[in-house]
Every structure is written in structure tokens, then in C-alpha cells.
Ligand binder design. Structure first.
Ligand code: CO
Length: 660
């Protein structure tokens, strides 16, 4: 037994004597739990059955909001994120609410202007938020300044996070060593943090590193220390225990059905492990059991289909091998697969630490994990022996400019210079607090959305998410009906689905067939292989079908008047005229095509037809995996055709423009 944890009493009863220094517990089931396991698809109506019971457990706080919930709710669940807060508050009256706030990124993916950041925090506090767990992907606390000012003004709890990152297999090295974290903790103390959280989003913290780190932090600050760790690599339960031995004040857990895998250790084994010690939580394990019963019976069946059951292992050993977040690795694999380049995965693993080092050894967390990951893939796929960083994403340019903040170590000056060549905001990077170069956003948003935003909450939602936010407000106020895929599924539907699956497994699935509708011209044939069997399946999309934009890569096809490429381009855009997608790309005699190097969505064309361009001048901005790529002219010449417009999806090798 360690020096810190000792047995005091061995009493199973819930009225056992209170421990000397009970570990406080924050429950994450209603936010990070379902975010980690079920793609944040948890609905408010499925939290209500356990809300009052959870209020009785004695949690230090319940995490109910923030992170990806705001985005997912309005986009995929047709739920007003603000309303969830107010609703849950009616059931959970004693336990404080906590939210994950991405500092100046709020609950989105970029730095927002100060006026919007202030309004967001103000409204979150007004709607019932108590604890603001705040982090910045670069651990640059200048990005905290605006939100912390408002958190304090609203009289709420400011929890400052240090994103846990490594460059070595274990704590240490030149950047992320004990001193780094101690210094960051002191900086948070100076900002008036009410508690300090080690945010180990990737499950990287090893048990003895957790012990040493918490000891070191406890030695320099009296502010309560909170550990947040994911189970992804399998170490978190051990790290929790060692952190508690070192004196950690608060630990994050989930109710069992939301625990483990990429989520967090469960609360019940921890309660049992500490029972009768001086760190005993004091929780009544029977109450936890009762909550789990309700969740298993009434809630989880609606979400089981979202659980990733593709593997037998519930931990990701890759995280131990590469010290990178599990989600980031699966994104890289998906992107390579989409491009049919999965054989390059080992090159990606080798390139990743180099790119990260070039970009200032930044922590890997939303959104930096994506920024580093996609740039790595671009380097592996497009660099040549003569040229590195051939295709730099817009977000890497922003990072090099200083728009995300200060990196842990300076960015490689050569990469920085290359990235900022021709950058719209200027070629000289900034060193000030990033939001200082951002224009106010609230007034502009108000003008844009007009009467569709009925109150300040609507307006803030729209300002953070203009495209999907507007769509949501239209559903909310009945301007357009919400599509069926955003509706909740009922237990009745779950039951029907389960019956069908059972029937299919028993080989009894012979449903009476309705008269088949006539095949449309959109019918496509797929070969489906199941084990060694093979089926040919015809698929005919119903409803609002728009064929994929796939102009044949034949720019030199039949002659068409070169004077009308704009019209041809419009016709090729699927949104304008779906039927035209089968038509060949604008035919231009003898031109050089710009091909899409990867599948993605066109953000915009940077030039007009008839413009004279030089090799490498930006022609088209293509978004792939949320990152923007500027595609340069393949040769000197005149722009003869632009084949797509903003919002169009394209496949790899689609002709995007023609230079003649
Ligand atoms: Co987390």
C-alpha cells in the first residue's frame, strides 16, 4: 500500500463512515462517454430516465455539454443544444454541470472573434452551466483570456486544462517533460483557475508518469488537480489509481455502459477499489447498479448499432506504439483507404513525427490532430524527392501564420516560409494573441440570419455554425421539415430491428414482397462478396437522388465552342443540373487538365475563365477531411474552363479546370 492511501474501515454499507479525503468523481456518460463510443449521438430524451438517479450519487459534477455535443445535436439530432441544458437542469438540481470548452474555438473548429466568444460563455452560464473545463489545442493560454474573463464575470468555476502530449514513449524529452506541465499549471494558477485538469484525451498517460506528475503538481499548487484520461490504450484504470495515490483530487469516469474502449474507465470498479480507504468515494454502489439497469434496459439498445464492433480488442495498441490519438489514426487509415493508398500506412507513421516536429511539436487534439494528420498524408502522397510540402493545407498555413497561437517549439522556418508564400493575411507571421486579428462576428451574423434567429441563443448557434445552424433554425421554426434521418428511433423500432436480425440469423427471413417498383435510369449494379459467396445487387436510390459528380476524364473529347466553357461548367455541376453529370467535362481542344488529387468538396475557384495564370498559381480550393487544399495551375496559360462550383463533391482524378 502506498504512503497516501490507507485502509480506514472495511464496511460495505452505504452509510459507512466518511473517508478522510474522499476522491471526487465527475461523471462523463452524458458527454464524453457517448461522444467517444456512439459518435455523440446521445439524445436528451435518453438522459432523462437516469437524470434524477444520477443527481443522488454524489458526483462532484456531471459533464452534460460542450465538446462535439453542440455540433452533433443541431446537425444530426434536430435538437436545440441550449434546450438540453435547460431540460437536464430540471432533473439534476443538486449536482453541478460541467462542459468542455475549446477556449477561443468555443464548441467549433476555429478561433472565433472575441464578441462571439464572450456571448457564448455568457449564454452557456445563463442556461445552466456551472463548470467551464477550458482547453486550448496548443496550450497557449492567450486563447483563454476572453472566455475566462466572462466565466469569472458570470461567477462560474474556471477549470484550466493542460493537454497531455508526448514526443517520447513516456513522460520526458525536450518538450513535454515534468517541467513543461508544472509551468503550465503555474500559468493557470496565475489566471485564477479554480481547478487544474490534466487532459489526456488520447489515453497516453502511463500509471507511474501519472503518479510523478500529480506529485509534482501537488508540490507547486494548492489548486485541486483533476485527471481526465481515456481508456483507448488500456492504461487509464491503472493511471487513475496511481494518480489517486499521488493525491489527485478529482477523477473522471463513466457509468459502465458508457465506459472503456475509447471512452473512460467505469466508476463502479473504482468505488470498490477505494472502499474502506482514506480516499473512499462514499458512493452507494447499489445506486450505481440501479442506474446501469435502466441504461441497459431502456437506453443502450437504441445505440448498440453505433458501437464499433469491427474488432475483438477493446484497446488500441497503435496508441502505445505511436503516441498518437486513436481517432486520429483511424482518420488517417480512412483517408488512405479512400484514395486507394492503404499500402502507404507505414510511410505515414514514419512521416508523422517529422511533420509534427516541423509544425512546432504541437499537442495532438481537436483540431491539431487533424491538421498534422492530413498534412502528413499529403506529404506522403504528393511530395517528390526534389520538393517537400508540395501540397500545404489552408489550416497548416493558418497555423504557420500564428492563427492558432504559439507552438510548443518554433515552426521549421523553411516550412513556414513556404506555407506563407502568397498567404492572404500576409507573409509575415503574427506573434500577438490570435483573436486580435479577427473581426467582430455578432453584428455580421445578425444581419445575415435576420428574423430566423428569434433570440440570442439562436444567433450564437448560427454565428458558430452558419451553414448547419441555419438549416437547424429552419427545422426549428418549421420553415422546412426536418428530414427523417434526424428523428429519434423508438424502442418499438429497435425491437422490430432485433426481430429481423434474429430471423435473418435463423435463416427464416422470407418477408412477403411488395410489388417491385419499376427500375429507374439511376439503377447501379454492385458485386457483393460475403465470405466466399458472391451476389450481384442492383441498387436504385429513391427520393432526392443526385448522381455523384463524375465527369469523364476526357477533356479532349468532342469539340465544343471554347467560348462557352462557363456554361459547360455550370452544366457539369450536379447541384445545378443533376442529369448533366453523365455528360463529359467541358471539351476544350488541347488544354492541360487540373485533376483532383484526392476526393473532396470544392470550396471555391480562385480564378475566372479567361484569366492568365502561371504554373502553381492557386486555381481551386478543395476540401478533403475538413482540411483545405489549394490546387495550383499545372502549367502557364489561360483558364479555359472551371468544371465545378462551391459545394460540389468530386472524386479523385476528376477534371477540375483546364488550362490552354
Ligand atoms: Co475526453
Amino acid at each position: 500500500m502506498s504512503d497516501q492511501v490507507k485502509m480506514t474501515a472495511m464496511n460495505y454499507a452505504s452509510d459507512r463512515p466518511a473517508a478522510e479525503n474522499p476522491v471526487k468523481i465527475m461523471d462523463l456518460s452524458l458527454r464524453d462517454g457517448h461522444q467517444s463510443l456512439f459518435a455523440t449521438r446521445g439524445r436528451t430524451e435518453d438522459m432523462i430516465p437516469v437524470a434524477e438517479m444520477m443527481d443522488e450519487v454524489g458526483f462532484w459534477a456531471i459533464e452534460t455539454w460542450g465538446g462535439a455535443t453542440f455540433d452533433t445535436m443541431h446537425r444530426f439530432l434536430n435538437e436545440d443544444p441550449w434546450e438540453r441544458l435547460r431540460t437536464l437542469k430540471r432533473y439534476i438540481k443538486k449536482t453541478p454541470f460541467s462542459m468542455l470548452l475549446r477556449a477561443q474555438n468555443l464548441v467549433g473548429y476555429r478561433n472565433y472573434a472575441d464578441d462571439l466568444a464572450t456571448a457564448f460563455v455568457d449564454r452557456a452560464a445563463e442556461n445552466g452551466m456551472d463548470i467551464f473545463r477550458t482547453f486550448d489545442a496548443l496550450n497557449d493560454y492567450r486563447n483563454f483570456e476572453t472566455v475566462v474573463k466572462q466565466i469569472k464575470k458570470s461567477g462560474k468555476h474556471f477549470q484550466g486544462c493542460i493537454c497531455y502530449s508526448l514526443t517520447e514513449p513516456r513522460l520526458g524529452g525536450d518538450v513535454y517533460n515534468e517541467k513543461y506541465y508544472v509551468d503550465r499549471a503555474k500559468a493557470l494558477d496565475d489566471m485564477g483557475a479554480d481547478s487544474i485538469c490534466i487532459k489526456d484525451m488520447a489515453g497516453l498517460i502511463a500509471p507511474y508518469d501519472a503518479y510523478n506528475l500529480i506529485k509534482a503538481l501537488k508540490a507547486v499548487t494548492k489548486t485541486p488537480i483533476h485527471l481526465h484520461s481515456h481508456f483507448t490504450s488500456g492504461m487509464a484504470s491503472m493511471s487513475h489509481l496511481k494518480a489517486i495515490e499521488a493525491g489527485c483530487d478529482i477523477i473522471d469516469t463513466c457509468m459502465t455502459p458508457y465506459a472503456y474502449r475509447t471512452a473512460h474507465p467505469a466508476v463502479e470498479p473504482l468505488v470498490m477499489s477505494l472502499l474502506g480507504t482514506n480516499r473512499d468515494t462514499g458512493f452507494d454502489i447499489k445506486k450505481l447498479f440501479a442506474i446501469n439497469e435502466v441504461l441497459e434496459r431502456e437506453v443502450m439498445p437504441k445505440y448498440m448499432h453505433l458501437l464499433d464492433n469491427s474488432k475483438c480488442s477493446i484497446i488500441d495498441i497503435n496508441v502505445l506504439l505511436h503516441q498518437t490519438p486513436g481517432g486520429m489514426l483511424s482518420n488517417l487509415v480512412n483517408q488512405l483507404r479512400e484514395m486507394d493508398k492503404l499500402d502507404k500506412i507505414d510511410d505515414v507513421f514514419a512521416e508523422l513525427p517529422k511533420v509534427r516536429k516541423d509544425l512546432g511539436q504541437i499537442p495532438l487534439v481537436t483540431p491539431t490532430s487533424q491538421i498534422v494528420g492530413i498534412q502528413t498524408v499529403n506529404n506522403v502522397l504528393f511530395d517528390t524527392p526534389e520538393e517537400r510540402y508540395k501540397m500545404i493545407t489552408g489550416q497548416v498555413k493558418d497555423l504557420c501564420y500564428g492563427l492558432y497561437g504559439k507552438t510548443a517549439v518554433p515552426i521549421n522556418p523553411e516550412v513556414q516560409k513556404k506555407a506563407l508564400k502568397g498567404y492572404a493575411r500576409g507573409e509575415e507571421p503574427i506573434t500577438c494573441r490570435p483573436a486580435e486579428v479577427l473581426e467582430p462576428e455578432m453584428e455580421k451574423a445578425k444581419k445575415e440570419i435576420g428574423d430566423l434567429a428569434k433570440d440570442i441563443d439562436d444567433l450564437v448557434l448560427y454565428a458558430i455554425y452558419p451553414v448547419t445552424g441555419k438549416k437547424f433554425l429552419e427545422w426549428k421554426y418549421g420553415v422546412t421539415p426536418a428530414p427523417p434521418e434526424v428523428m429519434a428511433i423508438t424502442m418499438d423500432e429497435v425491437k422490430k430491428r432485433e426481430e429481423l436480425v434474429a430471423k435473418a440469423k435463423a435463416g427464416k427471413l422470407v418477408e412477403p414482397k411488395a410489388a417491385a417498383p419499376a427500375k429507374s435510369e439511376n439503377v447501379r449494379t454492385f458485386n457483393v462478396f460475403v465470405d466466399k459467396e458472391y451476389f450481384s445487387v442492383e441498387v436504385d436510390p429513391t427520393g432526392d437522388f443526385q448522381p455523384m459528380a463524375m465527369p469523364a476524364a476526357a477533356p479532349r473529347a468532342a469539340a465544343a465552342p471554347a467560348a462557352a466553357p462557363k456554361a459547360a461548367a455550370a452544366a457539369a455541376a450536379p447541384a445545378a443540373a443533376p442529369k448533366a453529370a453523365a455528360a463529359p467535362a467541358p471539351a476544350v481542344e488541347g488544354g492541360t487538365p487540373l485533376l483532383a488529387p484526392m476526393p473532396g468538396m470544392i470550396i471555391k475557384n480562385c480564378v475566372n475563365v479567361g484569366d492568365v495564370v502561371k504554373t502553381g498559381d492557386p486555381l481551386v480550393i478543395l476540401e478533403a477531411m475538413k482540411m483545405e487544399n489549394s490546387l495550383g495551375a499545372p502549367c502557364d496559360g489561360t483558364v479555359k474552363a472551371l468544371c465545378f462550383g462551391s459545394g460540389d463533391s468530386v472524386n479523385k482524378d476528376t477534371v477540375l479546370a483546364i488550362i490552354g
